[in-house]
Design a protein around this ligand. Structure first.
Ligand SMILES: [Zn+2]
Length: 256
C-alpha cells in the first residue's frame, strides 16, 4: 500500500512520515544514530538496514521505494530533531539491503524516481567536481539573503519572490553558497558468457559527499540509488542515471 503524502496524513490527524521516522530513529536506531552523531563530521553517514525499516513499518518501507528522495530528506530532518547535541548535523542516510533489486538489462522508464538496487562493474570514473548544494541569493530590492537548496543535475533554482519586499530579481552570491563534491562513473553489465555478442548495458551513475573516491575501475558493486533522467540535448530524449545512495562492494579492485 502506498501512503499518502506527509501533509495529507497530517490533515487526517494520523502520524506523519516525519513522526514515524522520528520514532524509528529515536527508538529502533537510537544507538547507531547517536554513534554517527558523535563521529560527525569526521564520518558523515548513517547506514540503515532496509529490513529493520520494513519490520518497523512496512508502509513506510514501501514508500521509501516509491519516493526515496522524499523519505531521505525527511529522515535527515528527523535525525536533526532528535540530536541531543543540536549539532544540526547534515548526516547522510544510506539504505542497505533494499528489496527492489534489478539487473541493468531491466532498467526502464517505469522505474524513474524509484529506489533500485543494481549490480555491475565500474568503468569510466570521472574526476571529482563540485555542485551547488545550497545557493544564497541577495534580493536586488531589499538586500535580504535567501537560501535555496539545489538538486543534482538540475538548472539553478532561484527564489520566486522576495517575501520581504515582493521583488523578483536576485543576485547569486557564489562565494557564500555551499557546494557538494560530486563524481560520475559508468556501471556496466557483467557479462560472464563470452559468446554474447551484444555490448554490455551501461548506466551512468553519480555519487556525492563521503562516497566520492570510493569507486575504482573494475570494482564490482551493488549500488542502491534513485533512478533519474538527464536530457540528451542532441536527441531530446532523456538518458537514465542512478543517483547513488549506498555502495556495497562485491569485489574491490586491489584488495584480495
Ligand atoms: Zn527583497
Amino acid at each position: 500500500m502506498i501512503l499518502l503524502g506527509e501533509t495529507m496524513n497530517d490533515l487526517n490527524g494520523e502520524k506523519t512520515n516525519l513522526d514515524k521516522l522520528e520514532e524509528f530513529f529515536s527508538n529502533n536506531y537510537r544507538d547507531p544514530v547517536y554513534e554517527a552523531l558523535e563521529k560527525y563530521p569526521e564520518e558523515r553517514s548513517l547506514i540503515v538496514d532496509f529490513n529493520d525499516l520494513e519490520e518497523f513499518d512496512a508502509d513506510l518501507a514501501d514508500y521509501l521505494i516509491e519516493r526515496p528522495m522524499e523519505v531521505i530528506k525527511i529522515s535527515k530532518r528527523a535525525i536533526k530533531k532528535i540530536d541531543p547535541l543540536m549539532k544540526n548535523a547534515d548526516l547522510n542516510v544510506r539504505f542497505e539491503n533494499i528489496s527492489n533489486q534489478f539487473s541493468l538489462t531491466d532498467i526502464s522508464s517505469r522505474m524513474i524516481g524509484k529506489f533500485v538496487k543494481v549490480r555491475g562493474i565500474v568503468d569510466d570514473v570521472d574526476k571529482v567536481s563540485a555542485r551547488v548544494d545550497t545557493a544564497k541569493f541577495e534580493c536586488r530590492g531589499c538586500m535580504r539573503i535567501h537560501e535555496v537548496e539545489q538538486d543534482l543535475n538540475a538548472p539553478m533554482k532561484e527564489p520566486a519572490i522576495c517575501s520581504e519586499c515582493g521583488c523578483r530579481s536576485f543576485r547569486w552570491l557564489k562565494d557564500e553558497s555551499t557546494f557538494e563534491d560530486v563524481q560520475s562513473a559508468v556501471l556496466k553489465e557483467i557479462i560472464l558468457d563470452d559468446s554474447k555478442m551484444s555490448e554490455p548495458i551501461k548506466l551512468l551513475i553519480y555519487y556525492e559527499g563521503d562516497l566520492i573516491r570510493e569507486l575504482k575501475k573494475e570494482d564490482i558493486v551493488d549500488l542502491t540509488g534513485t533512478l533519474k533522467t538527464i536530457k540528451d540535448e542532441k536527441t531530446g530524449y532523456f538518458n537514465f542515471y542512478l543517483h547513488v545512495n549506498h555502495i556495497e562492494f562485491i569485489y574491490k579492485w586491489g584488495i584480495s
